[in-house]
Design a protein. Sequence first.
Length: 96
Amino acid sequence: MRKIVFALAAITGLGMVSLGLSGCGYFYPFADNRARAAVESMNLSEVKLQRTVIGLSCSKSDKIYYKFLAHNVQGKAIHGVVCMSYLKGATVRITG
């Protein structure tokens, strides 16, 4: 009986830690794929993403931030940010 209680407590604890870490946005699964797809949908290629903790160009409701460097059709380098949250799409902002 003690082993069952201990196992349930351990599983509950791990679940709470997982939810806590995913709540900060940094450990959100598949965010890289969503960010890359959002940038590529603007006809930008050679996308290089860098995860950031602070999204200065993003909304307060956004929790996941990426800086990116990509190239447009003419080959010009484009800098920008991708702002995302859990239940909404990605917003791409060109910064330079």
